[in-house]
Design a protein. Sequence first.
Lengths: 335, 335, 313, 313
Amino acid sequence: MPAAAHRLNGSQIVARTLRAEMERDPSIIVMGEDVAQLGGVFGATRGLLGRFGADRVLDTPISETAFVGAAIGAAQSGLRPVVEIMFVDFIGVCFDQLINEMAKHRYMSGGEQTTGLVVRTAGGCIGAAGQHSQILSATLAHAPGLKVVLPATLRDLQGLLVAALRDPDPVVIIEHKRLLKATAETLAFGAPVEDLDAPEPIEIGRLQRVRDGADLTIVASGFMSQLAWEAAVELERSTGRSVGVVDLRTISPLDRAGLLREAPAAPRMLVVDEDYGAFGVCAEVMAVLAEGLGRDAPLMGRLAPSSPVPASARLESAVVPSAVSIAERAALLLA
Amino acid sequence: MPAAAHRLNGSQIVARTLRAEMERDPSIIVMGEDVAQLGGVFGATRGLLGRFGADRVLDTPISETAFVGAAIGAAQSGLRPVVEIMFVDFIGVCFDQLINEMAKHRYMSGGEQTTGLVVRTAGGCIGAAGQHSQILSATLAHAPGLKVVLPATLRDLQGLLVAALRDPDPVVIIEHKRLLKATAETLAFGAPVEDLDAPEPIEIGRLQRVRDGADLTIVASGFMSQLAWEAAVELERSTGRSVGVVDLRTISPLDRAGLLREAPAAPRMLVVDEDYGAFGVCAEVMAVLAEGLGRDAPLMGRLAPSSPVPASARLESAVVPSAVSIAERAALLLA
Amino acid sequence: MTVELRHYEALHRMRAFEEAIAAAVVSGEIHGEMHLGLGQEAVALALGELRRPGDAIVSTHRGNLHALAAGVDPVALLAEIIERDGLCHGKGGHMHLFDPRHDFMTTGIVGASAPIAAGYALARRRSEDERIAVAILGDGAMNQGSVAETMNLAILWTLPLVFLVEDNGWGISVAREASCAGRLVGRAEPFGMPAQQCDGRDLDAILAALGTAVDHARERGGPTLVVAEVDRFAGHYEGDTDLYRPAESKRAARAPERDPIGRLRARLADAGAEEEQLDESERRARATVEGWFTAARARPFPDERTAAEGVFA
Amino acid sequence: MTVELRHYEALHRMRAFEEAIAAAVVSGEIHGEMHLGLGQEAVALALGELRRPGDAIVSTHRGNLHALAAGVDPVALLAEIIERDGLCHGKGGHMHLFDPRHDFMTTGIVGASAPIAAGYALARRRSEDERIAVAILGDGAMNQGSVAETMNLAILWTLPLVFLVEDNGWGISVAREASCAGRLVGRAEPFGMPAQQCDGRDLDAILAALGTAVDHARERGGPTLVVAEVDRFAGHYEGDTDLYRPAESKRAARAPERDPIGRLRARLADAGAEEEQLDESERRARATVEGWFTAARARPFPDERTAAEGVFA
Ligand SMILES: Cc1ncc(C[n+]2csc(CCOP(=O)(O)OP(=O)(O)O)c2C)c(N)n1
Ligand SMILES: Cc1ncc(C[n+]2csc(CCOP(=O)(O)OP(=O)(O)O)c2C)c(N)n1
Ligand SMILES: [Mg+2]
Ligand SMILES: [Mg+2]
């Protein structure tokens, strides 16, 4: 990793990536609450207003329906909007524009209408309780027509964003708050961020195996993949069993072929998610394998919240998977 | 079934049930678009305005966020609102009030706040394309805190509504348009509607086995259960195999114990849904069984739409499960 | 042919178009809900007259006539509506019409047209030309929060956008008075947005009001609200028994002195047009539409094997 | 103690309350985002003075002081905020405060307070008494569609509802001028809703304006909008570097002639109150708050085994 890059946190990498892509593609505009003047509440659009001006970097009122809808119309006029929904928790106020409009225009037009745009939104826990800690990846992925990606590393934050900016379909990137605040050295794993000025895309729709293991596979996404890796290391240390990690990277379209390919590597599988468990990502992964592999499917378990996220830090850590709880649940599966 | 009841369609049964319950409980109010003057676009609130007056039966502007939110505040003031969202497809414009408010007040208040209300909403296909044909049961069920029920019969339409009106939690009833229009004689199965004036509740959170079968179990919900029954009959006729049907009735909270109990009845299982397949009800059912039964789980397959619902009737029937496509898919599993 | 005679024929084409669709619903050729613009033709005609290539129009569930106004190929449009391999290959249907070549689309969600049209306007504001966008809304849609949000945004961003409200006085069964506090034209006031109310049954009136708004947007003066009073001749959808409206008021709406076609006919007659000429115009319009229908019916049905395809590129 | 002296002490209690919470964020006792009402105390105090038992208040992410105004037990409130087994047993935290016994709640979603408050008002309208509901909003929230929808509904249904806007001029880093077209007080006009703007830093001014609105609602005259101009002393949340606001403007906001406490103090002094008496008042306020903190810290932490429980009854 170049000297400059390795000190950057996730937000800074997003900002640098947006900058590089905006230099390349003049049709890219950035819009959202606090993205211009402030550069984003996490700093992920910092510097863009100064570089590209108010015509391409737009602060919006707190009117998610209006500006997400506007992003759709702008995309259908040849622009490439990057619209920020500050926290993914707020999709509720503009959900119609997301699932009934953005997601469906291509299909409903019989392929005539393209709606290429990027929704960036922060997700995950930082002690802010039930309305500011969600992931909602399955809520978004359940609606056909939205691509949904969850970067697990800084390089993925960069590469998936680049891919999204070149994708013909609407792509929602759920950026974990802890990843936005993380630098490379604080993360369990992740390829280095190579080229800040000419970033390479990472293909949307492909999972990645990030760790081999013959006894158990942990499947996760986003920041949970980091915790899964930590849990795997700890499990190997404490039990001597070999634990692999598969990072989904993309939730929609889910990499079914990849899952079917990776599943046989170990006889047991734990699927972990930070989004709610019921009707969520874990269930879909398990269903793909149950349906695709039948009796050859691994023995599967899951770990995901069954309640909203509570406010108190102590309660939060009892609800949201951690490296410790992942390791505990995995140990049960291994027993 | 009493002479009067057996000629009623689903909408009329809903209206009669609301009427009976409103007589019993003066705290019940009904609100929504076109529910008062018109009696609902499907007629499911017909006659209520005349009987109970404008204080208890309120037409609203087309402002779902405002009136769904208002139902929450009213519920928290001791009323029991029955709020109609005309089509479930429109939840997108008030999704925040549904999943961040209604669903979470009990949890976020640590149990101090009760929000007992009923959301009635029509779902399913009647040839009205991508924004007026959805079910979205998993979208609603994925958010912890909403009870979600899908009546499959006229008696369930009645009994689940009664239970919802007496439930301490918010209950969303997705009423299938075809069920609202159906009379008993047009349906494949269903207990008779007994007492229109003193209707009995049906417990929320319990599935029902509606047909025995030793070779394959079809699991479905809502109107799909009717089609599953038809498919089962047809399969038995054409193949001689014995096919059971389990009707989920409640999607959230899902009857996990019931699923684990019913699964061993047949070595194969087909899960059918009218809501989108990915991250949907089928996946959750399969995950519950994969996790709960491990190698003893039945061989499982699913059938559910993978795209939005197209407009043309011919295309629609290629996307949405029918008795024919259910039977075909089941035959594959049996082969 | 004078401009006015051309308009007269165009109004008749629109009426014939919607009536033929109504018949196709009755005959079972079309399934699902169908919302017609019968009685509201003058607004669509004015829109078409004022539209220039590159202007965008985002319409509603009641958008058939706006599609014609936008220049959408009528045969492809009809084919889509009668569930053939049409404008959207059978996937959109009448509520979801998309024609990117004419920067036209509709949505079935009340109020959703406004934000999307704002985006079309945003992209147009950035260019040097005079292209604009039009958001079409019903009176009932004005109570959807998306519209207020978009008005604010449109003023802040000086968007070349016209909010065109077809105020037919009803949102399904609920009268405007029961659903809208205050006058709709006043909804633009807090944002400092110019607003006009006009009789949308009178072609000249709507041409004038909409023209002012369109010019304002082309000159990059920002957004405008135009509330056009119209009558919804039919039920909310085809099949609606429409018993909630007094029969008398429905009859009155169709009276020649109120009907946009009747009014233009009277004016043309006053100006010396021959009855026969006018009747001929109407016949020609009806024949044109019949021709479209015949052509649309010649289109194949969409291929069922493609039904689930095309979710992603 | 005169009423005004009591007010003075109450303002100090509110300030001390928020300052103590700020300190607890710095010390790490509180995790997550924390939004304080520093500078906005006079509005909360007026609300508390005008509130009667049975009135409902639905507040926002910046709702600590409104909770005090609503009569919520300060120790339970603080315990919740410092993540103990408090008002909501550690599950709500400062953005999600629920006290059904005082008909009080807050929401972390901007604009979501308005519809819910309308429901509280609807239930109250049906009863014979004079109970009302208050929806609290920020200036930024006025651009959320939910608010416009609710205003329309509130007029249609003559709801005993007050829309109380704490207009601190900022929505996080975006100044009101950059996010709100027109004057906020004008937002009520299209619906025919009475509206007032007042200086929310001046206790008398806000008492008068809010009092009028509250009386109007109690007399079943319907809803009113009150826009109270205030200053947000601190950043949007504790930890916000707040560099987007000019340092000068932030200093000016805290000047005694603008600060609600400074203003009341000057008035009391003018009216003959002793310096010593006023200082004593402040000391008493701070001691009270310290007592609350001590009591709150004595509460246990919530039981982790209950963390995932209580989704359904
Ligand atoms: C968000 C939303 N709510 C409800 C509906 C159902 N609906 C379809 S059209 C309509 C009435 C619309 O009234 P108006 O805007 O006046 O248009 P009109 O039908 O009179 O042309 C309603 C309530 C919808 N499509 N979308
Ligand atoms: C729907 C929604 N969008 C965005 C946010 C993030 N957010 C929290 S507070 C805030 C600013 C609110 O401004 P204002 O209403 O003026 O209240 P203030 O913070 O000034 O008291 C924003 C954008 C949110 N909580 N909800
Ligand atoms: Mg209308
Ligand atoms: Mg503010």
